[in-house]
Design a protein around this ligand. Structure first.
Ligand SMILES: [Zn+2]
Length: 57
Protein backbone atom coordinates (compact mmCIF):
# COMPACT_ATOMS: atom_id res chain seq x y z
CA UNK A 1 0.00 0.00 0.00
CA UNK A 2 3.01 2.26 0.02
CA UNK A 3 2.72 5.49 1.93
CA UNK A 4 -1.06 5.90 1.85
CA UNK A 5 -2.41 7.19 5.12
CA UNK A 6 -5.66 7.46 6.96
CA UNK A 7 -6.85 10.91 7.92
CA UNK A 8 -8.93 11.89 10.91
CA UNK A 9 -11.23 14.64 9.73
CA UNK A 10 -13.95 16.73 11.32
CA UNK A 11 -17.17 17.50 9.47
CA UNK A 12 -17.52 21.27 9.17
CA UNK A 13 -21.29 21.04 9.32
CA UNK A 14 -21.91 18.90 12.40
CA UNK A 15 -18.54 18.32 14.01
CA UNK A 16 -18.62 14.55 13.55
CA UNK A 17 -15.15 13.01 13.47
CA UNK A 18 -14.52 10.44 10.76
CA UNK A 19 -11.55 8.39 9.64
CA UNK A 20 -11.09 8.40 5.89
CA UNK A 21 -8.58 6.78 3.57
CA UNK A 22 -6.22 9.31 2.01
CA UNK A 23 -6.64 7.70 -1.41
CA UNK A 24 -10.39 7.31 -1.38
CA UNK A 25 -11.74 6.32 -4.77
CA UNK A 26 -15.33 7.26 -4.00
CA UNK A 27 -17.06 10.28 -2.52
CA UNK A 28 -17.22 10.05 1.26
CA UNK A 29 -20.30 11.36 3.06
CA UNK A 30 -20.56 12.27 6.72
CA UNK A 31 -22.33 9.37 8.44
CA UNK A 32 -24.23 11.79 10.68
CA UNK A 33 -25.41 14.70 8.51
CA UNK A 34 -24.67 13.40 5.02
CA UNK A 35 -22.46 16.32 3.97
CA UNK A 36 -19.67 15.41 1.56
CA UNK A 37 -16.41 15.15 3.46
CA UNK A 38 -14.09 14.23 0.62
CA UNK A 39 -14.15 13.32 -3.03
CA UNK A 40 -11.65 11.47 -5.20
CA UNK A 41 -9.20 13.70 -7.07
CA UNK A 42 -6.51 12.04 -9.12
CA UNK A 43 -5.87 9.16 -6.75
CA UNK A 44 -5.91 11.28 -3.64
CA UNK A 45 -8.97 12.39 -1.72
CA UNK A 46 -9.74 16.08 -1.83
CA UNK A 47 -11.34 17.36 1.38
CA UNK A 48 -14.50 19.27 0.69
CA UNK A 49 -16.56 19.93 3.82
CA UNK A 50 -14.10 18.71 6.39
CA UNK A 51 -10.84 19.65 8.04
CA UNK A 52 -7.97 17.35 8.97
CA UNK A 53 -7.37 17.00 12.68
CA UNK A 54 -4.86 14.16 12.57
CA UNK A 55 -2.90 11.97 10.18
CA UNK A 56 -2.72 8.29 11.10
CA UNK A 57 0.28 6.38 9.80
ZN1 LIG B 1 -21.58 15.99 9.39
Amino acid sequence: MGDAKFLRVTCEDCGHVAIIFERASTQIPCSVCGATLARPAGGKAELVGSTITDVLE
